[in-house]
Design a protein around this ligand. Structure first.
Ligand code: PXP
Length: 251
C-alpha cells in the first residue's frame, strides 16, 4: 500500500453506475458504462468504482467482467455484505471491494456501514476477501467507534461517508459544514495513525470537493453522481478533468 502523506497524489475513482442507470431506463445497451470506463482511463482517472446493487438497478453482473477486460484501471467494487455479493467478488477479483450498507428502498447509500454493530456478520466476509488478495474498504460514518471497529475487523481501508458534509453544503449551513469537516479530518487522521488508508466519498461536487481534497491523509476520493450529471452537459472527459484540477489545486 502507498505510504500515507500529503505529498502523494490524491486518487480519483470515478463511479460509473449512473451511466448504467440511463442505459437501463430503455433496457438496451446504450449508453454503455464500459465506454465510460474507457474514457475515464484515457483522461487520467485513477480507478473505476461500480456498485453492484442487489436489485441490479444500474450495474449488472456482466458489466463487471466487461469493465475489467476493457481497462487496466483498478476496479473498486461496492457491495453489500451478503453471501451472494461475496461470491461475485471472489469470482471477479476486483482490486478492491468497498463494503456498503444497502437497503432496497433507498435511492442511494444513505448512511455508513455499522462496522461496530455488525462485527460478526462482517468478519468472515472481510477475511475471505483479504485472503483472495482483494483490498477491503469499509464505507463508514466519520466516527471514532467505526474506525475502531474497522481496525478490529482488519480492514486496510476505510471510506469516510461525506454525505452529511454534502447535505450541510446544500443547506448552506456554515456551522454544520465546519463541524462535518472537523469530523472528517479528525477521523482521516485517526485512521492513518492506526495504519488504515482513509478514502472519502458521497455527494462530492465541484463546489464542495476542495476542503475534502485538502485533508492530507486522504488517499482517494470516489465520485459518481455529480460527475455523470456534468458529463451530460460537457462530456465525461471534461467533467473528470475539471474535478481532477480542483483536487490538485486543493493539495
Ligand atoms: N462511495 C461509496 C461507497 C458510494 O456508495 C457512493 C455512491 O454509490 C459513492 C462513493 C459516490 O457517491 P456519489 O455518487 O454521490 O458521488
Amino acid at each position: 500500500m502507498m505510504p500515507i502523506s500529503g505529498q502523494h497524489k490524491l486518487r480519483l475513482g470515478v463511479n460509473i453506475d449512473h451511466v448504467a442507470t440511463i442505459r437501463n431506463a430503455r433496457g438496451g445497451d446504450h449508453p454503455d458504462p464500459v465506454r465510460a470506463a474507457k474514457i475515464v482511463a484515457e483522461c487520467g482517472g485513477d480507478g473505476i468504482t461500480a456498485h453492484l446493487r442487489e436489485d441490479r438497478r444500474h450495474i449488472r453482473d456482466e458489466d463487471l467482467r466487461r469493465i475489467q477486460e476493457a481497462t487496466d484501471l483498478p476496479l473498486n467494487l461496492e457491495m453489500a455484505a451478503t453471501e451472494e455479493m461475496l461470491a461475485i467478488a471472489l469470482a471477479h477479483k476486483p482490486h478492491a471491494a468497498c463494503i456498503v450498507p444497502e437497503k432496497r428502498e433507498e435511492r442511494t447509500t444513505e448512511g455508513g456501514l455499522d462496522a461496530a454493530g455488525l462485527h460478526n456478520q462482517l468478519a468472515p466476509i472481510v477475511s475471505q476477501l483479504l485472503d483472495a488478495d482483494i483490498k477491503v474498504s469499509l464505507f463508514i460514518a466519520p466516527e471514532e467507534r467505526q474506525i475502531e471497529a474497522s481496525l478490529r475487523l482488519g480492514a486496510p481501508i476505510v471510506e469516510l461517508h461525506t454525505g452529511e458534509y454534502a447535505h450541510a453544503h446544500l443547506d448552506g449551513d456554515g456551522e454544520r459544514i465546519a463541524a462535518e469537516m472537523r469530523r472528517l479530518s479528525d477521523m482521516a487522521a485517526l485512521a492513518a495513525k492506526n495504519g488504515i488508508e482513509p478514502h472519502a466519498g458521497h455527494g462530492l461536487t465541484y463546489e464542495n470537493v476542495q476542503p475534502i481534497a485538502a485533508i492530507p491523509q486522504l488517499a482517494e476520493l470516489n465520485i459518481g453522481h455529480y460527475l455523470i450529471g456534468e458529463a451530460v452537459f460537457f462530456g465525461l472527459e471534461k467533467a473528470v478533468l475539471k474535478m481532477r484540477d480542483l483536487m490538485d489545486e486543493a493539495r
